[in-house]
Design a protein around this ligand. Structure first.
Ligand code: MTE
Ligand code: MO
Length: 508
């Protein structure tokens, strides 16, 4: 064994702990600068942005809603591998330190490319690079040996000292995650900001939701979805922290007068309240990605009229603080809101606090930008929004859908009267009829609950005299233009799934 020999495992461990120190220190600094500047999130966002489309689709197909978990796992694998390489390469000299400082500089640069980044976004990468560089140098460099035995072993730190230093660094790096969270909530106090946020009082309250609209049928989807149960879909690796006091909305592009609005400007305007159903294009037939809420906010058409829209424009490109964009036809904005309230509360952070868009009749990905900070008036032949660039349609009106809520799939029930019930939606067109079919028997008309508005879903029920055996229940809806849902199943991509929802039940 030569004096300068460093065992492989020692180098690998040094590389991995140095990477942990890098990410930990960076994460801690990011807690002060802004959570989106954390190296881990910058790496993740950069990876997402540069993953080829086929791979992303494959990931979504394979992992479904676990695609973010799959992303984190693959990031972790890539990072551990990279860290081992750094460790192998490091040796006793300053090489490891130089690599880590260089990596920090690269990350600083990547962080500054993120939308909404400030110069401060460079700090987590730079400081993380310097600290972890010093760390790997100290861990691997030869330091004066304290005993003869160690000097001959020639490994600088004793085995015990090395392992202690490495594990202490690992524990401290892991501890930065809760520490950063604490700093985030206490220093940049979004909880307090949201608690102090005053919802505007609408000119007129939305019409009440009566029992005729919200039927007292056990197991049916409630007409209004509580905030805690409302589905959540977005590309955010970490929910953006945007304080109402920092928030500004820029309205620009093909307008006569560019505008910048903050909450003081909004408060002097007339607020409205509107009950609207939001649906996700990724919802599978019978799936859960739809919800209805009472939204409080400001009419988008009012805000745009003030700016003066160029008659040649046809698209509103909305952008969030985290760089997501949606392209909405200007002609479809009627009834659309810049929403600040959801079911009588400020928007929950996950649903876009402090402001988002909601436009009736369109899937969320082309209309419902959360954490919205920028509205650009433009044209469909000049701009492309986030998901359109990734193979989804530029325009996406909501397709007619119907779902059986009760009985649930594979339920076992006693023979006799069974209530079959659910919801159907065809926003902006309205539901005209819902029909239910048992096995191959003729379609039967379901009873519709009262219609709240054509912008919301509608409950339906059907009384079934169930006979013993295993049965398939099917449902289909017809909208108020007279079109019945097509039977053929299609995938959600590129503009929404089609097909009839069915449920198999057993009657004893
Ligand atoms: N900033 C941002 N806004 C976004 C998205 C996103 O990824 N980022 N996703 C959109 C999609 S695809 C849908 S379906 C709705 C979902 O809104 P929710 O999470 O409040 O239900 O938000 C839309 N707004
Ligand atoms: Mo969506």
């Amino acid at each position: 064994m030569t004096i300068d020999h460093l065992s492989r495992w020692r180098r690998a461990i040094a590389g991995i702990t140095a990477a942990a120190v890098f990410l930990g220190v960076g994460h801690l600094v990011a807690a002060f600068v802004g959570p989106r500047s954390s190296p881990f999130l910058v790496l993740g966002a950069t990876m997402v942005d540069n993953t080829p489309e086929w791979l992303k689709e494959e990931a979504i197909r394979r992992f479904g809603t676990n695609d973010k978990l799959a992303l984190f796992v693959s990031m972790a694998v890539v990072m551990v591998a990279g860290a081992v390489v750094i460790g192998m390469f490091a040796g006793r000299g300053v090489r490891g330190a130089v690599v880590l400082v260089g990596f920090g500089a690269l990350l600083a640069w990547l962080a500054m490319q993120r939308p909404g980044a400030t110069a401060l976004f460079a700090l987590p990468g730079l400081i993380g690079g310097v600290v972890s560089g010093a760390f790997i140098y100290g861990l691997l460099a030869r330091i004066p040996a304290r005993s003869e035995r160690e000097a001959t072993a020639g490994q600088g730190l004793s085995r015990r000292g090395f392992l202690l230093a490495a594990s202490a660094a690992g524990v401290l790096a892991a501890a930065t995650v809760p520490a950063a969270r604490w700093i985030g909530t206490h220093l940049r106090d979004i909880v307090a900001d949201r608690a102090a946020f005053l919802l505007p009082t609408p000119r007129a309250a939305a019409p009440a939701v009566t029992d005729a609209v919200d039927l007292p049928v056990p197991g049916i989807t409630r007409f209004l979805t509580p905030n805690t149960e409302f589905y959540r879909i977005d590309t955010a690796l970490q929910v953006p922290v945007l304080l109402s006091t920092d928030w500004q909305l820029r309205i620009h592009g093909m307008v006569e007068r560019e505008r910048r609005l903050d909450f003081d400007d909004l408060r002097s305007r007339e607020a409205v309240e509107s009950v609207l159903t939001l649906t996700c294009v990724s919802n599978e037939v019978g799936g859960p990605l739809a919800g209805t809420a009472t939204w409080t906010g400001y009419r988008l058409t009012d805000l745009l009229d003030e700016a003066g829209v160029d008659p040649d424009a046809d698209m509103l490109l909305s952008r969030s603080i985290d760089g997501f964009t949606a392209g909405t036809p200007l002609s479809a904005l009627g009834g659309g809101l810049l929403a600040v309230g959801m079911n009588g509360e400020p928007l929950p952070q996950q649903h876009g606090y402090p402001a988002r868009l909601i436009v009736p009749g369109l899937y969320g990905y082309v209309s419902a930008t959360k954490w919205v900070v920028d509205l650009e008036v433009t044209r469909f032949d000049r701009a492309e929004a986030y998901w359109t660039r990734r193979g989804w349609s530029a325009e996406a009106p909501v397709k007619t859908a119907a779902r059986i809520d009760v009985p649930s799939g594979f339920a076992r029930l006693a023979q006799g009267p069974v209530v079959v019930a659910g919801v159907a939606w065809a926003q902006n067109r309205g539901i005209a009829a819902v029909e239910v079919q048992v096995d191959d028997q003729p379609w039967q008309p379901a009873t519709l609950a009262a219609e709240y508005s054509t912008s919301t879903w509608r409950q339906w029920t059907w009384q079934w005299d169930a006979t013993p055996g295993t049965h398939t229940l099917r449902v289909r809806a017809t909208d108020q233009t007279g079109r019945t849902q097509p039977e053929a199943r299609t995938t959600p991509i590129p503009n929404g799934a089609t097909g009839w929802h069915s449920q198999v039940v057993t009657i004893r």
